[in-house]
Design a protein around this ligand. Sequence first.
Ligand code: AMP
Ligand code: ZN
Length: 480
Amino acid sequence: MSEPTGVRLYNTLTGSVETFTPLVEGHAYTYHCGPTVYGFAHIGNLKKYINDDTLRRALRGEGLAVTSVINITDIGHLTSDADDGDDKMTLAIKREGLPLSMESLQTVARKYTDAFISDIQALNILLPEHMPSASEWVPAQIELIERLFARGLAYDTSQTVYFDVAQFPEYGKLGHIDLTGQQEGARIAVDATKRGPHDFALWKKNPEFGFDSPWGKGFPGWHIECSAMAMGLLGETIDIHTGGIDHIPVHHNNEIAQSEGATGKPFARYWMHSEFITIDETKISKSLGNSITLADVHTHGFHPLALRYWVLSGHYRTMMNFSWEALAGAHAALGKLHRAALALAATPSDIAATQFEVYEAMLRAAIRTDLNTASALAALWSALRDTALSDANKRRMIESADRYLGLGLSEALTGISPFGALALETLPPEVIGLVTARSEARAARDFAQSDQLRSAIEQRGYTVIDTPAGTQEVFIQIPE
Ligand code: AMP
Ligand code: ZN
């Protein structure tokens, strides 16, 4: 066994906070259940990848090499995480008016995979080492199903190949799922060929459409892709597996059953689950029309990193309620951090800067305590507000904090920031006129006039900051 790290994480498998110790010295292997690419990701989906990114940054901060997978589900996911409902990708193909074919499936998958990658990049989420698509891993999934047959854990019916839960007595151990309490088939007729109510699909037959397999044409079940890709890319026992809390009862218990059933070895040593967000105290749902995307965040005048800041201001295991007011607050706070970093951009950083170590210790302690990003942000704010701390120390603190938080502040230290002051010529002409008039009023020491002009500028959605050099800097204001 290798050296323990300083990171303590809540492990859903044991129900306690544990010190993370990688299986292989100096290296962590993490698997993050990825998107089903049948539509644009909403902010609830994206929150989970920000939480995952915090984990990976925390592990890197311990000096570990990290190899991570975020899978792309482009086949096999039904509208219910259990085996009922329609296939999500098929629904998307129909919605987009395309014929039902493998080409259409690829077209839809490509469109939403690209959108997902651009979303996570805008959120400063470090790209994982691997982003495999389920459709490219069908042979590995078939092989895994064959291993399950060989161990007496799978059976074939006319429509479906199932995992035989009765043959895996530990089923439901993640989150201590009470199997007796779960009633299946309330909405959708139960398949009569199923031996047990918790048996789940490994392969769904479809004579018209799908991949060839020993059990006929069709698609792998959703769960088997994660087992096949996680073990294929990271090894049979991985360090940390993550997902949303909704994955605990079905998807992750199924992954465990398939993987441990096939190998006889532990699958994931630590399980990390992110809580959901609500919007205006309501759950996110397409039918309520409240599934806000990153494009909507942009349209409302907020930077994507404001969403990241908002997520980091809470804890990954605590339910958070999103509102546009809350996002405006995050946008404003992040804008202030960027302005602080921009103001430090001209300060040399090569002075011996030891004072910052107290704040850096606070920061690291926060991250190590089950990824307490809110406390990490507080440590950064305290350092920046400390008038006794030199600018060089503040710079070091910003650099250090940004490795964990990924808020673009290191770039701001070089003088480049999306929250930077706007060039005058990029402003609307009437705002240019007001800013110019305000410069003249200030030069004439007509402060009443200058204040009036400030209000007029603010009414048009901009904020003015007077620099110590006597010039004005104009920023986009936080919208209502
Ligand atoms: P879906 O595309 O609806 O299947 O969602 C994909 C995953 O995103 C879910 O399995 C959850 O883990 C996560 N997710 C969905 N809704 C939310 C939410 N409101 N808050 C946080 N995570 C969510
Ligand atoms: Zn998964």
